[in-house]
Every structure is written in C-alpha cells, then in structure tokens.
Write a protein that binds this ligand. Structure first.
Ligand SMILES: Cc1cc2nc3c(=O)[nH]c(=O)nc-3n(C[C@H](O)[C@H](O)[C@H](O)COP(=O)(O)OP(=O)(O)OC[C@H]3O[C@@H](n4cnc5c(N)ncnc54)[C@H](O)[C@@H]3O)c2cc1C
Length: 570
C-alpha cells in the first residue's frame, strides 16, 4: 500500500528570528508513493550563524537528514533547537496533508553514537563561542595544530544570539561621525563603573587593545554598521552595531561568530560538534588535555599541552545561579542551554581558584512588553516593596544593579500613562498585557493591592515622586527634569519586572595573559581561560556596556592563542 499520496506539499511553522521574534519557516516536501523525495526550505528568517549559515546549522542539515532517514524524528541540532523544531514542524505539517500515517514518521531517532577515540593536538580549545573561535583563528593564523571541541551542533554560544554590539574607544567609526574618544576615557569610565571590584591592569589591557581587537574582527569579515549610545546618559558613543543591528536588538552577534567561524574553516581549523568537555586530564599539577563526550555516546580523549577553557558562563545553570544569588529566583535567560559553567567546574577540580562575584549582568524588564526595561523609558521604577531605588534614566544595568541590591526577585514600572514612551503607552492604552503579573487599576490603592505592596509605602513613594516632578528637580536620585512624569491617575498600571540574566561575572582566576591561577596564585601549567569562564577583573556589579563581554572573550582568546604559539602579546 502506498505510504503517501504523491505530490508537492508545503508547511509553515515559526522558528527563532531576530530580537526573539518568531521567524516564518516555510518548508516544501516532495513525496512519491513510498518516499520522502525532497525537502526544501523555501523561506525563513532564522539567525545567521545559529539557524543557518554553517555547514552544521539546521537549515543546511535537516532537510537532508529527513530525506536520508525517511523520518521526521531526526534529532534537533543542539544549540539551535528552536530553528530545528520549526523546520521539523513545518515539514510535518506538509507531509500530514498527504494522508501519511504520521506516528510512524515522527518516532524520535537517537543521535549518532561515535566510537571512542584518542588523539593529540598542540592546542585544545573547549567551547566554540566568542572566545574559543577567536583563539582558534589566532592559533591557525600562526599555523598551530588546534582543535575546537563544541558541546552544541553550531558554534557561536551566547555571542551568536547576542545583540552583536562591540565596544572600543578612538576608532575610525567614531572619527567618521566626529566623536572624540580615547583608551584613557574608556579606562576612566570602566574604573568608575567597577567601583573598586575591577582589576586596573586588566581594564587597562582591554581599553588599550579594544580597537585593534575590532580591526582584527573586521579582518575576519565582521562589518561595523554604525556607532550608537548604549544609553543617552553615557557619552561618548562607543558601541558599534554589527550589520543588521540597531538599538538593543538581538541576534546580530551571529555576524561576529560567523565571521570568525568561516575564517577558522578557511585556515583549515577543525571543530568537533555535539561533544562536551567531561573532565580535564591533569598530570603532576599540569593540564594535559581533556576527556570529552559525544551527545550521542562515545568518548573523545584529546591529549594537548595547552588547553583553553572557553565554555562560557553559567547563566543556563539555574540551580547554581539561584543558589549564589537567591534574589534572581525565577530569572529569565536566553543563553544557550550548554552554558552551565562546566569549564569553570572542571577548572576548579584541576586546582583553579574560583572567584564568586557579588553580581551578575542583570536587567529587569517586562516580559510581556519586552522593551519596557531596556530602552530609555525612565518612568517610576520601584522595588518589590514599592520603594524607589534609582535614577530611572540610567543604563539598564545600573537599574538592574540597584534592583538586585534590594535582594528581591522583581521590581515594577509604575505609570499612569503620562510617560512619553511608545512601548509604555502601547501597553498602558491596551489595558492588558500577556503577563498576568502586570496589573491595571483605577486608583493607587487598588494598584498597591494588586501589586501586593503596602499601600502606605507605595503612596509615599508616588507622592514624593510627584512632588519632585512638580518641582522639576529630582533631589533624591538626580534624574533630569524632562524625565520626571507624574504618576497621578486617573488610571494606573504596574508592569512586572523580571530579572533577566545574560552574563555571569564569576569564574576562574587568570593572570593578565589568560593563564589560570591556583588557590595560591600560581599558574596551572597548560591551562588558559577566556570570556565568561574567567571574567574576574572586568566587572564590578554593574555591566559597564554592551560590547565589553564579547570584546573581552575575543581579546583573551586571542591572547591565549598568542601565548601558546609564541606570538608577542604585550
Ligand atoms: C541575548 C544576549 C545578548 C548579548 N548581547 C551582547 C552584546 O551585544 N555585546 C556583548 O559584548 N555581549 C553580549 N552578550 C554577552 C556575550 O554574548 C557573552 O558574554 C560572550 O559570548 C561570552 O563569550 P564566551 O566565549 O565566554 O562564551 P560563549 O560565546 O557563550 O561560548 C561558549 C561556548 O562554549 C560551549 N560549551 C559550553 N559547555 C561546553 C562543554 N562542556 N564542552 C564544550 N563546549 C561547551 C557553548 O556551547 C558555547 O558555544 C549577550 C548575551 C546574550 C545571551
């Protein structure tokens, strides 16, 4: 009996687009009586470097896998699950129009197992995100025998999903629009933001090299689109959008990682995918390689005299993050699931000293109206108890730091619609949002009740705020007068602020050139770390600006590669 009614069918599903918006994926499937003959993706808006663009991305691989296995049960690409699932769903919807018995086609297939293998390289890089790819390129440029082992099925890590913003002072892009800037000015700014918790030598090292680092990325194929402020209150403008990006957009980081990935490939670099660091090999106190495991089963043991931990931070490790920072309970994150801090944990087991940071990169935003909280709304923000805690016209991470210090897991944006911001207006006028925690009321008392805060506290906060607005002077927090909008009814709304964590600030301690240190401050031979595996010294409790994180990961990835290959560093 025929399996399918032969024909060409189309199906649609929603995948992972820019700014966390769904991308429309349209898949065309050609069926004969007995076979899936062809699967084509006709349309998609997936993120470059994650959903498409790489040899291993879902757009490139899944159509062929479905035909090869004659199955819709093919496993999603690790790290690109949303894109994978959309393609599989669209293909499923297409095939289901053919009268096929779907249960037989959708049974999940296992990931392929690999035979156990042992090999040796000069330089083993664990993790193929911002730091790992940079190290790989820099090492290949020196002709080193290098291998990247990546837990996901695509490279890029957090960086590929990021806003793709980079930061550097004194650049040609600033000069082109008449902005004066210098490494000294950036140094001064970062030291102030670090509030005594940063390492002046590391900050200096970063500021002096940040521009060269971007020129190096440009030589890999990255393109700067424009320079912008990360917040109107912070000058000079020194943050650069990757092509396609704009204010607080997300997903353009794929352009950065794609550029490094393709350069690494052109230089003959090798990447092993869907294979994760299990443990480091340590002999006589020196790191000599790592044991890694394939997601489908099978062990890869790599012997190497130089190992770089570039496995990112631990924002996907909810248990660890909430234990260290209880006020982050219920936080939202969109880092890859693989970023659980494995490199940090294994580094510690190998004798490294752990730095536990008092902060994380957190911004608080309304999930139902994602941009309330990360643009420049500057309306009244209160903590979970209804108290004002910050000059709201501040960079989102300054607001985040202030709310995190309240030790509560949320905050509120309180308004009566006088604010001039489109996102706030839209949510206020609509009278409802998709987040049941957002509340609307006809009086402040009713609002306080719905927020679960003491009315007397909220009333005192709002009265004082309205008094300052009437005066036109924010005596309490110094917010400019033009951002003081009264909260005086007749209607009120409070948008629930959920903490959103992207970058973690704690990890392994390293010296200026990325060598991992033990508890006594001594170098652990053979072990380097970069990026969120070793962010100590770069951050206090406030994230100083978009672009520092990818910039630092790339910089110290390259520095580690230069150390390993004997290139000049300082
Ligand atoms: C939504 C979002 C927006 C952001 N926007 C910006 C921005 O605009 N500018 C900026 O500078 N920063 C931004 N960041 C932060 C930035 O992307 C990261 O801090 C940066 O990518 C860190 O680099 P990394 O190399 O340490 O980690 P990653 O880039 O995350 O790479 C780590 C890699 O290691 C892999 N890995 C994990 N565990 C293992 C294991 N056991 N074995 C092998 N591989 C493993 C992961 O799969 C991943 O590919 C953003 C982050 C997010 C999530």
């Amino acid at each position: 009996m025929a399996k399918f009614k032969p024909g060409v069918y189309k199906g649609k599903a929603y995948g992972n687009g820019y700014d966390s918006k769904p991308s429309t994926v349209i898949v065309q499937v050609t069926l004969s009586e007995d076979r899936i003959e062809d699967v084509k993706i006709l349309e998609h808006g997936e993120i470059k470097g994650v959903g498409w663009g790489l040899k291993t991305s879902p757009v490139e691989t899944l159509p062929g896998e479905i035909v090869k296995h004659q199955s819709l049960g093919v496993p999603p690409v690790i790290g690109a699950e949303k894109s994978s699932k959309a393609i599989i769903k669209a293909a499923t919807r297409a095939i289901s129009q053919s009268g096929a018995k779907m249960s037989a086609l959708t049974a999940p297939l296992p990931r392929p197992a690999h035979p156990d293998e042992e090999r040796s390289v000069d330089f083993l890089i664990l993790g193929g995100g911002a730091g790992g790819l940079a190290a790989g390129v820099q090492a290949r440029q020196a002709g080193a025998d290098v291998l990247i082992v990546e837990a996901a099925g695509v490279t890029g890590g957090s960086a590929a999903r990021s806003g793709g913003k980079l930061m550097a002072p004194g650049t040609k892009w600033q000069r082109a629009v008449g902005i004066y800037d210098s490494p000294d000015l950036l140094y001064k700014y970062m030291m102030e933001q670090g509030k005594g918790l940063v390492d002046p030598d590391k900050i200096r090292f970063f500021c002096d090299r940040a521009y060269e680092n971007l020129l190096w990325l440009e030589s890999c194929g990255w393109k700067c689109q424009d320079v912008e402020p990360i917040h109107e209150s912070i000058v000079p403008w020194r943050v650069y959008n990757s092509e396609g990006g704009s204010y607080m957009s997300a997903g353009q980081g794929g352009h950065i990682t794609y550029a490094m990935h393709s350069t690494y490939e052109k230089l003959g670099g090798e990447i092993v995918f869907e294979c994760a660091l299990k443990e480091l090999i340590v002999e006589d106190g020196a790191v000599k390689g790592a044991v890694c495991e394939y997601a489908g089963g099978g062990t890869l043991t790599v012997h190497a005299n130089n190992v770089l931990l570039a496995t990112g931070g631990f924002a996907a490790n909810r248990e660890k993050l909430e234990a260290l920072y209880p006020q982050m309970k219920g936080y939202f994150t969109d880092v890859p699931k693989t970023n659980v801090g494995k490199g940090i944990d294994e580094g510690i087991k190998a004798g490294a000293k752990e730095y536990v940071s008092p902060g994380v990169q957190v911004n608080y935003m309304s999930i139902s109206s994602a941009f309330i909280g990360i643009k420049e709304e500057a309306g009244l923000i209160v903590d979970a108890d209804g108290r004002r805690v910050v000059n709201e016209w501040s960079y989102q991470y300054v607001v985040g730091d202030a709310l995190m210090r309240t030790k509560k897991n949320h905050g509120w944006y309180v308004t009566s619609g006088k604010d001039k911001y489109a996102t706030v207006q839209a949510a206020f006028q609509a009278g409802k949002t998709s987040d049941p925690k957002d509340v609307y009321a006809d009086s402040l008392e009713e609002l306080a009740g719905k927020m679960g805060v003491d009315y007397a506290v909220l009333k005192a906060t709002v009265d004082r705020y309205n008094e300052l607005a009437a005066k036109g002077v924010d005596e309490d927090f110094g917010k400019p007068a033009e951002y003081l909008f009264p909260v005086d009814g007749p209607k009120y709304a409070a948008f629930y602020y959920t903490p959103c964590v992207t970058v973690t600030f704690g990890g392994l301690e390293t010296d200026l050139v990325g060598r991992v240190l033990d508890a006594g401050g001594k170098i652990i031979p053979g072990l380097y770390a970069t990026g969120e595996t070793a962010p100590k010294g770069m951050y206090g409790t406030i994230y100083p600006g978009c672009g520092t994180s990818i910039g630092a990961a790339v910089l110290w990835g390259r520095v580690a590669a230069k150390m390993v290959t004997g290139q000049a560093v300082l």
